[in-house]
Design a protein around this ligand. Structure first.
Ligand SMILES: *Cc1c(COP(=O)(O)O)cnc(C)c1O
Length: 382
């Protein structure tokens, strides 16, 4: 029996919806399925506006253009994240200021951000790691005090919420902008794909223009203007209807997908939490204010050697468990540009965090077997 780290879930309706898109005669972007998906997100999660994109990377790049991020600006981002969070702002010439993770989990340590803010700071980009909410109450207060934009990197955070405010709010509805991913490794997929959520009304029309290559084509098709042209900077950020049709087939099953992933996550947790803490392993920490969308089940090992031991023991049985990010402030591209501050928690998660297989088809007996191998290995038996 071999167990991959990830296996894409298929709802069964993907081909039907793609066929319908093809037969309807429009397969370029911004057609029926794009609108169905965008309406779903607005209604389900309370985003003011939604634009599908070809990736979360693109949604982040759109955000940087939309907020006029430019040379001389500073943007605060966690060091423990995917390169796209950083590239989007570096591409506009901004200076990246990397911040550390919390002791308890890989999300930004919001309490430590204030000293990083100065008059050049324009934005903070929180990443909801493993879909777990960042301390949005602390972060939004900071953003208000210093008049900063918040762009949520919600790549992993679909269908999750935060409870720190009067009413429960979906992740991705806090920042003026939020970026989601539908890459095949995420909970809801379209192969490659993404979403830009726009939560302030005054960014909507320019977002559409940037999305449509810098033209006012969207307004033209709504009949609001009688010709369209080049009115601003932009690029080609919208996915074809074939991708949107695939995504819509997934969205129709989101409840089923999330329930299954949550059951898998809980079984791991039930089996591992009581057994692993004695070995100095930290299990996922979910603050009381955050829901759990079961994107990742991870262990934070005692040290690198312990992580290697577990990876190898699983690999010997054909089970693929993987580590995650390497701190970006120490990356080959950035290490000479970093200001020299140490970011110990980010480095610790780089060396010790391990992700276990988690996908829709993973069966209970496989999870039990994975946990058994981990526990046995830590007890020094093989
Ligand atoms: C997956 C991911 C991205 C990139 O998503 P794409 O859709 O592949 O561009 C960005 N940030 C984080 C935190 C991610 O997990």
């Amino acid at each position: 029996m071999s167990i991959p780290f990830n296996k894409p879930f298929l709802s069964g309706d993907e081909f039907n919806f793609i066929r319908d898109a093809i037969e309807s005669g429009q397969i370029s972007g911004n057609g029926k399925y794009t609108k169905l998906c965008q309406n779903f997100f607005n209604e389900q999660y309370g985003f003011k506006h939604s634009l599908l994109t070809t990736s979360c990377t693109d949604a982040l790049e759109m955000s940087a253009i939309l907020l006029n991020i430019q040379a001389g600006d500073e943007v605060i981002i966690p060091a423990y994240t995917f390169v796209s969070t950083a590239n989007a702002f570096a591409l506009r010439g901004a200076k990246l200021v990397f911040a550390d993770s919390s002791d308890l989990h890989p999300n930004l340590d919001v309490q430590s951000l204030e000293p990083l803010i100065n008059e050049r700071t324009k934005a903070i980009v929180p990443v909801h790691y493993a879909g777990t909410s960042v301390d949005m109450k602390g972060l939004m207060a900071l953003a208000n005090t210093y008049n900063l934009s918040i762009i949520e990197d919600a790549a992993q955070a679909i269908d999750n919420y935060n409870d720190q405010f009067e009413e429960r709010k979906a992740l991705g509805s806090f920042g003026s902008l939020a970026a989601f991913s539908f890459h095949e490794t995420k909970n809801i997929i379209s192969g490659e794909g993404g979403l830009l959520a726009i939560n302030v009304n005054n960014l909507k029309s320019r977002a559409e223009i940037i999305w449509e290559k810098g033209t006012n084509r969207s307004a033209f098709f709504r009949g609001e203007i009688n010709k369209y042209g080049w009115v601003d900077l932009g690029s080609s950020f919208l996915p074809s209807e074939i991708i949107s049709a695939f995504l819509y087939a997934q969205l129709n099953q989101i409840k089923k997908i999330q329930e299954k992933r949550q059951a898998i996550w809980s079984l791991y947790d039930t089996l591992l939490r009581p057994e692993l803490e004695q070995f100095g392993i930290q299990l996922p920490y979910i603050p009381a204010y955050s829901g759990n969308n079961a994107h990742i089940y991870y262990l934070v090992c005692k040290n690198l050697a312990q992580r290697e031991l577990i990876i190898q023991a699983l690999k010997d049985k054909g089970i693929h468990a993987v580590f995650h990010y390497q701190s970006l402030h120490r990356s080959p591209y950035f290490k000479n540009k970093h200001d020299g501050r140490t970011l110990p928690n980010s480095d610790r998660f780089s060396d010790t965090l391990l992700r276990l297989p988690l996908y829709y088809e993973l069966e209970s007996h496989q999870i039990i077997w994975i946990c058994h191998i981990i526990i046995k290995t830590l007890h020094g038996k093989s």
